[in-house]
Design a protein around this ligand. Structure first.
Ligand code: PRX
Length: 702
C-alpha cells in the first residue's frame, strides 16, 4: 500500500448525487403474457438447493450427440468442467437442427452501412451451405483440425459468423479480434493463441468510407513473427467480391482471396465434429492489469447451454422474433448475444455493419422499422449518443420493441428513462445486464416478466448465480455498502481458464477469496469479478465500476498497463501513466500523462506521437482524450506513480493529501497547467456521483 492518507479530503458538497434507490418500473401485461419465463417457480428451480442440477434445464435446450454423466466436475477446482461426458457440436446446434422447421427463415439479416443497399437475408438453409463450404475450405485448403486455433480479424459482415460457425463445425477454436483493434494488437493475439491462419477482409464501411483493413493483416503477421509465431495463410474475404478494396499488395503463396478459392468447395458438406462438452469453442481476449492480454477460453457445452438459456429467459427470444443486438461480434456481447445464443434458439439475428449515428441518429430506428425488429440490445454509450444527437428521432419511426437490453457499463437513471420512454415508447421492458468477457453470459439482470426494473441497478442476480459482496478481508459487506462483488458458485458460462496461463486464471479471479487452495469444494472458490458493487435490501445490485487498473471506455475494457506500454514505445518518452476521465457520452475516456527523457522538449507533435503509438499498438478505440506532457510525475517515496493524484487533476476533484509524496511540489504545477488548458477548451468539470468519486479515489491502487 502507499503511504498517502486514504481518507477523502472532499466535502460532502462536492458529491453531487448520493445513493438513491429509484422506483420500480413494471413490465406491461402484454409483455408478461408472451414471456418465456412468466412462472415464478423458476426461482425455486434455480435455487441454491438445486445447484448444479438446475443448469440441466439450459443444457436441455441443446441437441447432444451424447448425454453427460456428470453435471459439474469440481475435481480440478477452480477449473470447472460442466456436462462432462456429453458431446455436441455448436455449429450443428446453431444451424443444422433448425433446418427441419426453419430452412427458409432468415437466420441472419445483414444490414450494410450504405443505406442505398438493401439488407441481405441469409436463411438457415443458406447459412448451412455457407458454413459447410467454408468449413471444407478450412479443413482441406488450410489443413485445420479440431483443437487448432484460428485468428479472425473481421468487421460486422456475415462472413464473420459464417467463419466462426465453420470453425465450430470442425472443433477448431476461433479467436475473433475486434475489427477496430490495430494490426499489432491482432498480432499479439495471433502469437498468444498460436494461430497459423488469419481470416480477414480487404475493407469495410465506416461512416461513409470504405476503409482499408487488409493493411492490418500485414502488420499483424509481422508482429506475430516478432513474438515467435509464424502464420502461413491469410484468408482475405472481399467486401465486394471480385474487387479488391485495399492498397496493400497480396503476398504470393500466403494471402488468398476467399471468393477465388471457395468455388472448389461449392456444395461440400462437412460432418459436424462431435466435441466433448468441455472442448474449447473460442478464445476472447480481454485486458487485465498486466500488458499481456488474457485469452478467456470458453467451452462448447457449458457456454452454449448458458447463452441459450439466458437468451431464452432474459432476452426473451422466441423463434419468431427479429432480434437486433447493435454491439460488435468482436466483443463477448456479440459472440453470446448476436451469434451463439440467438442462433441456438433458431431466431433471426440482425448484423449491422455501420455506426448508430451515421448518416444520422435516425438510422437505427429506420432499420428497426424496416426489419420489424422487436428485441433491441445496445450499450449505454450508444444510448447517450443517440439521445444527444437525436432525442426525437425514435418517435418518427413506426417500430415497436417488446424488449430492450443495455450492457457494458452502468446506465444513469436519466438515460435509462429516455431509453424506456422514447426508444421503447413506454412499451418495452428493459433488462440491464451486468457480466463480463470471462463470464460468458449474464450475471446480474432482472428476469423481465417476473422482476420489476429499477433504473440504475442491473437487477438481482440472474437465476443460478449466487453473489456475495466482500470487503478486502473476505468479510461480508452489509446491504447498502460498497464492496467487491463475487459469485460464490461456478456456472456453465464461466471461462474454463486463461489460454496458456492457468496460474493467471487462479491469481486474477480466485486467489483473493480462496480459503484453501487444495479444496475441491466449489464453496471455497468465490469468483472475484473485479467490480465494485452495492446490494440494496431488495437484492438488486448497483455496479460501481472496476476496482482494478482497467478503464471502461464506451463499455470496452482498456488496461492501463497496455496503454502505458504503448506510450513507452515512443523513444522520447521516459514515463507514462494512464488515467480515466469521466465522459458524458462514453462513460470514461483515457488521459495520458507522460514525462520526457532529458534533452527533449514538450510539443504538440510529441503528444501526437503518443496518440499515434496507442493507435498502432491497440487501436483507435483507445485514443486518449488528452496527452499531458509533464516535467515529472507525482510519485511515492518508493517511486510509484500516483495515478490517483493525476486522475483527480484530470477530473477536477480534490487531489487529497500529497504531503507524503516524494515530490509534492510538482502537483500544483500539473494541476494548474492541465485544468487551465481544459477550461480553455471548454472541458469544464461537472459534479461527480458518489460512485465516480469513489472510483477515482481508489484508482491506481490495485
Ligand atoms: O465493470 C463491468 C462493466 O464491464 C466490465 C466487463 O467488460 P467486458 O468484459 O468488456 O464485457 C462487457 C460486456 C459484458 C464489467 O467488469 N459492465 C458490464 N456490464 C455492466 C457493467 N457495469 C455496469 N452495468 C452493466 N450492465
Amino acid at each position: 500500500m502507499t503511504t498517502e492518507s486514504p481518507e477523502a479530503q472532499v466535502s460532502e458538497a462536492q458529491i453531487a448525487v448520493h445513493w438513491r434507490e429509484e422506483e420500480y418500473v413494471h413490465p406491461t401485461e402484454a409483455f408478461i403474457a408472451q414471456a418465456n419465463a412468466a412462472d415464478p417457480a423458476i426461482f425455486e428451480r434455480f435455487s441454491e438447493a438445486n445447484f448444479p442440477d438446475c443448469f440441466t434445464e439450459y443444457a436441455d435446450l441443446l441437441s447432444w450427440d451424447e448425454k453427460w454423466h456428470t453435471v459439474l466436475d469440481t475435481s480440478n477446482a477452480p477449473f470447472w468442467k460442466w456436462f462432462v461426458g456429453g458431446r455436441l457440436n455448436a455449429s450443428y446446434n446453431c444451424v443444422d437442427r433448425h433446418l427441419a422447421t426453419s430452412a427458409n427463415k432468415a437466420a441472419l439479416i445483414w444490414v450494410p452501412e450504405p443505406e442505398s443497399v438493401d439488407p441481405v437475408a441469409i436463411t438457415y438453409r443458406d447459412l448451412y451451405h455457407r458454413v459447410n463450404e467454408f468449413a471444407a475450405l478450412l479443413r482441406d485448403f488450410c489443413g485445420l483440425k479440431a483443437g487448432d486455433r484460428v485468428t479472425l480479424h473481421m468487421p460486422m459482415v456475415p462472413e464473420l459468423p459464417v467463419a466462426m460457425l465453420a470453425c465450430a463445425r470442425l472443433g477448431v477454436i476461433h479467436s475473433q479480434v475486434f475489427g477496430g483493434f490495430s494490426g499489432n494488437a491482432c498480432g499479439t493475439r495471433i502469437a498468444d493463441s498460436g494461430s497459423r491462419i488469419l481470416i480477414t477482409i480487404d475493407g469495410y464501411y465506416r461512416s461513409g468510407d470504405l476503409i482499408d483493413h487488409k493493411v492490418k493483416a500485414d502488420e499483424a503477421l509481422e508482429e506475430a513473427r516478432k513474438q515467435g509465431q509464424e502464420a502461413d495463410k491469410v484468408l482475405v474475404f472481399r467486401r465486394h467480391p471480385g474487387q479488391y478494396a485495399s492498397a496493400t499488395p497480396m503476398t504470393e503463396g500466403r494471402d488468398f482471396f476467399v471468393d477465388e478459392i471457395i468455388g472448389k468447395y461449392r456444395g461440400a458438406i462437412v460432418a459436424p465434429e462431435s466435441m466433448p462438452a468441455e472442448a474449447p469453442l473460442f478464445l476472447m481476449y480481454t485486458s487485465g492489469t498486466t500488458g499481456r492480454p488474457k485469452g478467456a477460453q470458453h467451452s462448447t457445452g457449458g457456454y452454449l447451454a448458458y447463452v441459450a438459456g439466458t437468451s431464452k429467459y432474459y432476452q426473451d427470444i422466441h423463434p419468431d422474433d427479429t432480434y437486433w443486438c447493435m454491439a460488435d461480434i468482436g466483443w463477448i456481447t456479440g459472440h453470446s448475444y448476436i451469434v451463439y445464443g440467438p442462433l441456438a434458439l433458431g431466431t433471426t439475428t440482425v448484423i449491422f455493419e455501420g455506426t448508430p449515428t451515421y448518416p444520422d441518429a435516425g438510422r437505427p430506428w429506420r432499420i428497426a422499422e424496416r426489419l420489424g425488429v422487436n428485441i433491441f440490445h445496445t450499450s449505454p454509450t450508444s444510448i447517450r449518443m443517440l439521445r444527444k444527437v437525436g432525442p426525437d428521432e425514435p418517435a418518427k419511426y413506426n417500430y415497436h420493441f417488446k424488449h430492450m437490453t443495455t450492457v457494458g457499463e452502468p446506465i444513469e437513471p436519466e438515460v435509462w428513462r429516455w431509453y424506456h420512454e422514447y426508444v421503447g415508447k413506454g412499451e418495452a421492458v428493459i433488462v440491464d445486464t451486468w457480466w463480463q468477457t470471462e463470464t460468458g453470459g449474464f450475471l446480474g439482470s432482472s428476469l423481465p416478466a417476473l422482476k420489476p426494473m429499477k433504473p440504475g441497478s442491473c437487477g438481482p442476480a440472474v437465476i443460478g448465480i449466487y453473489p456475495a459482496i466482500y470487503d478486502e478481508n473476505g468479510g461480508q459487506v452489509p446491504d447498502g455498502k460498497a464492496g467487491n462483488i463475487c459469485i460464490r458458485n461456478p456456472w456453465p458460462g464461466i471461462m474454463e481458464t486463461v489460454w496458456g496461463q492457468p496460474e493467471r486464471f487462479i491469481d486474477v479471479y480466485y486467489r483473493k477469496y480462496n480459503k484453501n487452495p487444495d479444496s475441491k469444494d466449489w464453496h471455497d472458490w468465490p469468483y472475484f469479478a473485479g467490480d465494485g458493487a452495492v446490494r440494496a435490501p431488495d437484492g438488486y445490485y448497483r455496479i460501481l465500476g472496476r476496482v482494478d487498473d482497467v478503464i471502461n471506455v464506451a463499455g470496452h475494457r482498456l488496461g492501463t498497463k497496455e496503454l502505458e506500454s504503448a506510450a513507452l514505445t515512443v523513444p522520447e518518452i521516459a514515463e507514462a501513466a494512464a488515467v480515466p476521465v469521466i465522459d458524458d457520452i462514453r462513460g470514461r475516456a483515457v488521459e495520458m500523462y507522460v514525462s520526457l527523457k532529458p534533452g527533449y522538449v514538450a510539443s504538440d507533435e510529441m503528444a501526437g506521437k503518443v496518440t499515434h503509438a496507442i493507435e498502432v499498438e491497440i487501436g483507435k478505440i483507445a485514443r486518449p482524450k488528452n496527452v499531458w506532457i509533464v516535467p515529472d510525475m507525482p510519485k511515492t517515496r518508493s517511486g510509484k506513480i500516483m495515478r490517483r493524484v493525476i486522475a483527480a487533476v484530470s477530473n477536477f476533484t480534490d487531489v487529497g493529501d500529497v504531503t507524503t509524496l516524494a515530490n509534492p511540489e510538482v502537483v500544483e504545477g500539473i494541476r494548474h497547467h492541465v485544468q487551465s488548458v481544459k477550461v480553455s477548451k471548454g472541458e469544464t468539470p461537472r459534479k461527480l456521483t458518489e460512485a465516480e468519486y469513489e472510483e477515482l479515489k481508489k484508482f491506481g491502487e490495485a
